[in-house]
Design a protein around this ligand. Structure first.
Ligand code: TMP
Ligand code: ASP
Length: 253
């Protein structure tokens, strides 16, 4: 493989210089981390599955006119994306109580929320991505009021669309985390969906059995992590076999 310049390495992905200016290559690793890197593992085939699932979801979102950084998948682990300036926020959208919301507010996991709730966290590993409000975001210039409005509108649209998409696969979209970037086009700046959407960044529950099909299986030592991700991919029609054998057996680059 030709040597290429690494731009950034995160916990689950690496960004390389792209083939043309304004593009990057996003590489999906098998590494899994939780609780801000306290818990770590390598899960064979996770990167391959997340690359495929994120490709599928981003393509669907592009198809409804929701702008994303995604251009095309290149191979088993890599996709070509537009280079954007990441807005330093983790945007969480919740439909059903789980995880940190349940813990913080004492609401039983599985309680349907009265309406979808959006939360913002400041992207800063050293601080453990603390939750912040719009006041902090605008006061510290992490994003403008206009960008926050765009982010909220886009996140609710993603939520509605993905809730339906997953429901068609008999999966409940409990919550998810997304990130946005600024896409510079001449004089114009556009807010676009960036990063990834995969079982690493969503809570997905089987609609019939309630079984967890997402990264909580890793966070909570439940086992069967990549098997669950493969089942999500199978139900979405991305791969054919239940175990995802045809893509997991080739642990490609
Ligand atoms: P939480 O309940 O732990 O706050 O997580 C809410 C959602 O955000 C859940 O779908 C998992 C996702 N998430 C990430 O993608 N990255 C993170 O660092 C955290 C804390 C959560
Ligand atoms: N992604 C975060 C970490 O690696 C936390 C999580 O997803 O639970 O620590």
């Amino acid at each position: 493989m030709a040597k290429r310049r690494k731009i950034y390495e995160g916990k689950a992905k690496i960004l390389y210089e792209g083939p043309e200016p304004g593009t990057l290559i996003q590489y999906f690793k098998d590494d899994a981390t939780a609780f801000n890197n306290e818990k770590r593992a390598v899960l064979d085939g996770k990167g391959v599955l997340n690359n495929r699932i994120s490709e599928f979801v981003m393509t669907q979102l592009n198809g409804i006119g929701l702008p994303t950084h995604f251009l095309k998948r290149l191979n088993m682990r890599e996709q070509l994306i537009r280079e954007v300036e990441i807005i330093p926020l983790e945007v969480i959208c919740r439909n059903i109580a789980a995880g940190s919301l349940s813990k913080k507010l004492g609401i039983e996991e599985g309680t349907v929320l009265p309406r979808s709730i959006i939360e913002f966290c400041y992207k800063k590993d050293e601080l453990g991505d603390p939750m912040v409000t719009e006041e902090h975001i605008t006061a510290f210039n992490w994003a403008t009021h206009q960008e926050i409005d765009d982010i909220i509108a886009m996140t609710l649209r993603i939520n509605d669309f993905l809730t339906g998409l997953f429901a068609g696969a008999r999966i409940k979209l409990v919550d998810f985390k997304v990130e946005y970037g600024r896409l510079y086009e001449g004089e114009m700046v556009r807010t676009v969906l960036a990063d990834e959407i995969s079982p690493d960044s969503c809570r997905l529950w089987d609609m019939d059995t309630g079984e967890k099909m997402d990264k909580d299986r890793f966070r909570r030592d439940m086992g069967g992590v990549t098997e669950a991700y493969a089942e999500v991919a199978r139900r979405l029609g991305i791969i054919k076999e239940a175990g995802g054998a045809e893509i997991l057996s080739f642990n490609g680059k």
